[in-house]
Design a protein around this ligand. Structure first.
Ligand code: ATP
Length: 709
């Protein structure tokens, strides 16, 4: 079984030096992480595996490392400056800020249904419910929102206004001349709504009102779009939307758009935002690495004499001022991406027998999916284990509603993370057509600009087209973009590799002992709960929080019921905050710890190519210089090629456990026999099997099994 909570992985990462909280000396900065000695090895290995598979093993790829800071114009023409934003609401009661769709997805079904009902009622305008809001107000809101929201685009699309596109503000879809007519059409549509319930349901994207799924992120996103109208705060209040941090009804503001790019300035600028000086000097920390590749498309093509189709790959840091970072390193404000822009012929130039954009897209989805499975699976895995790993990955085609307006198709590769995180995107493979290169190119033909909903680019100094010698024509290539997160990949591989295993079955007597200790804890805890309740009722401070102690007891019961398989989880249960200051817990912990250590191990079944340390060498006895010398010589023999450690700080059993926990595929023990016959014991991590191998045969033995390339 892989990790069953992110907490397990996080604890291991902190304890063993994979990841540390950033700026810890000053109390830390939320959601910034430092990658420690083992973390940097793992991350480097992931990036190396990606680089080797995407560049070295193909004939059509080049690498690139573009600057993090680029001209502001890059982000203006890519669309990021105007649209790379999230709707945010604040709770005025406690100052907490949420992304609207995230807030909604954490509400109960009752609250969400209430919200929908009110939204529907609002459009029907029953005066007793929303006295301050007039029907005219809603209509005028819709028109005034034309520049800032996609709600009206949704309505316009659903009511069938020709030319309207989902996910794109109408201001970019329609010319100014058409807008007056459009506003009238929208007004008419809204006017008709109360009499056409089914159309209303359509408009709001709520066909599924009956089977409403509050946990489904996609409808919450849609509702978030709908709530961008300025009536949102009334709706949020009326529906009693609660603040997930304390469970009480929040005092919500209207949602505001918040750009996710970090701003900075080039040169010594102290000017206020909004001044010309500031605007001139402003730069953004890149929120994705992709734009650096588009900037260099022509350079790479010419310098490397590449013919389309070819691709450019880049690994690098990206920065997003995420509103709700979290889930350990899943969503952070500084992270690393591994991105490919694969340039292909536009459909009209594809000859018979050549792959078209759809086929290239499918091929990349397949290639990338295989990559994820390959590195998520330890070579020692059984067929059953391989199937189980495969079942935790999926490729999900985005629905038309989810698609970015410029994408023809996008497939998200997702992993089933443990706990409440669930399915999460780890890579997006998008068919971005010729949108990006056209956006940055000068002199794009009018009809292409219209098709791509782009303004002519008068800032660009280059025409980003390409002369195809076969087609004897110039065109702007299309792009397939597989975009993965390196740090998110690290979390994925860690979750999949994490295993707590019982290696020696505890005896019935030992299990009974835990059960009787747990019963003792329960008796004591129940007494403490009663005492605390009394104190609280009398308005005094209590030593224990009854709710937390109850939660601890529930967890303990549930864990003990699954013994012996849940042996290691008993310790996790004892770490619960509700267990603090309970005397029997303190007493019970040391013997349980000992038992857990004797009977179980935590092992990271990482693919050997990803393992931070490939080999550990131990002398059987540290006070025998000849054993130490030979062990160190073996270490030195391999340390040029990969990370090897020498350790003599504990007994062999304990040393094995330490290496298992960080995923070291092989351990070598040098003993007295080694001195006589030149063989050592090699112990494999997953099976724990040991065999004698000649020291001289080690290079071949290891290189075959480590699968480093
Ligand atoms: P999400 O929906 O999770 O916000 P996204 O669709 O915005 O992700 P992309 O812009 O497609 O993400 O970025 C490509 C990849 O970069 C993602 O699949 C993910 O692996 C990684 N990524 C994106 N944002 C973050 C982040 N804040 N922290 C860590 N990795 C990230």
């Amino acid at each position: 079984m892989p990790a069953n909570s992110l907490e397990q992985v996080r604890n291991l990462c902190m304890r063993r030096g994979f990841v540390f909280p950033g700026s810890a000396v000053y109390g830390g900065v939320a959601s910034f992480w430092d990658y420690g000695p083992l973390g940097v090895e793992l991350l480097n290995n992931i990036k190396k595996a990606w680089w080797q598979d995407t560049i070295y093993t193909r004939n059509d790829m080049e690498g690139l490392d573009a600057a993090v800071l680029m001209s502001r114009k890059v982000w203006q023409h890519s669309g990021h400056e105007a649209t790379f934003s999230d709707p945010l609401v604040d709770n005025k009661k406690n100052g907490k800020r949420y992304r609207l769709d995230h807030l909604l997805s954490q509400q109960t079904e009752e609250v969400l249904r209430g919200l929908l009902r009110r939204l529907v009622q609002l459009l029907k305008m029953p005066p007793e419910l929303f006295e301050t809001i007039t029907r005219e107000r809603i209509v005028s809101d819709i028109s005034s929102l034309l520049t800032s929201s996609t709600l009206e685009a949704q309505i316009a699309t659903k009511v069938g206004i020709p030319g309207a596109r989902l996910d794109q503000p109408l201001s970019t879809t329609f010319s100014a001349n058409d807008r007056a007519e459009l506003i009238r059409a929208l007004a008419r549509a809204v006017d008709e709504l109360p009499t056409k319930a089914e159309k209303l349901a359509l408009v709001l994207g709520l066909q599924d009102q009956i089977g409403w799924q509050p946990v489904d992120q996609e409808p919450s996103l849609r509702i978030a779009g709908i709530l961008s109208v300025r009536v949102a705060k009334y709706l949020l209040a009326a529906a009693k939307v609660v603040d997930p941090s304390d469970g009480s009804v929040g005092e919500w503001t209207d949602p505001r758009s918040f750009n996710l790019m970090f701003k900075s300035h080039v040169g010594p600028v102290e000017a206020a935002v909004g001044t010309e000086e500031e605007a001139h000097a402003r730069v953004y920390l890149r929120p994705e690495t992709a734009q650096g590749i588009f900037m260099n498309f022509a350079h790479v093509q010419r310098a490397m004499a590449r013919k389309v189709p070819f691709g450019v790959a880049q690994i690098g840091k990206a920065f997003r001022n995420e509103i709700t970072p979290g889930n350990f390193i899943f969503r952070t404000r500084e992270f690393e991406q591994m991105e490919i822009e694969f340039f292909i012929k536009p459909p009209q130039f594809v000859k018979e027998g050549e792959k078209n954009d759809q086929q290239w897209h499918e091929e990349w989805v397949e290639q990338r999916f295989k990559w994820w499975l390959r590195y998520a699976t330890s070579p020692s895995a059984t067929l059953e284990e391989r199937d189980a790993t495969a079942s935790r990955f999926r490729a999900r085609a985005q629905t038309p509603d989810e698609l970015a307006h410029y994408a023809k198709a996008t497939t998200d590769i997702e992993y089933l993370f443990p706990g409440s995180l669930g399915w999460g995107e780890i890579e997006g493979v998008a068919n971005r057509t010729d949108f990006d290169l056209s956006a940055h190119s000068k002199e794009v033909p009018e009809e292409d600009l219209k098709r791509l909903k782009l303004e002519a680019n008068h800032d660009s100094t280059e025409k980003l087209d390409y002369f195809d010698p076969d087609a004897k024509a110039r065109y702007i290539p299309w792009v397939i973009e597989p975009s993965a997160g390196a740090t998110r990949a690290m979390l994925t591989f860690l979750c999949e590799a994490y295993h707590d295993e019982v290696v020696t079955e505890p005896t019935k007597q030992q299990i009974d002992q835990i059960k009787s200790d747990a019963a003792m804890i329960r008796k004591n805890a129940e007494k403490k709960i009663k005492e605390a309740q009394k104190e609280l009722a009398a308005g005094r401070e209590a030593k224990h929080d009854p709710a937390k102690v109850e939660a601890f007891l529930k967890l303990l019961d549930e864990t003990v019921a699954r013994l012996p398989e849940s042996l290691t989880e008993v310790l996790t249960a004892l770490d619960h905050e509700g267990a603090q200051n309970l005397e029997p817990v303190k007493k019970f912990r040391p013997p349980t710890e000992k038992l857990v250590e004797d009977c179980t191990r935590t092992v990271l079944r990482l693919h050997p190519a990803l393992a931070p340390v490939k080999l550990a060498v131990f002398p059987l006895k540290k006070n025998k210089p000849e054993l130490v010398e030979l062990a160190q010589a073996i270490k030195e023999r391999f340390q040029r090629h990969f990370r090897v450690v020498y350790d003599d700080s504990a007994g062999i059993g304990r040393l094995y456990r330490r290496q298992d926990e960080i995923g070291t595929p092989f351990c070598i023990t040098v003993d007295f026999e080694s001195l006589e016959d030149g063989t050592v014991t090699v112990r494999e991590r997953d099976s724990m099997e040991q065999e004698r191998v000649k020291i001289d045969d080690l290079p071949g033995y290891l290189s075959e099994r480590l699968q480093l390339s």
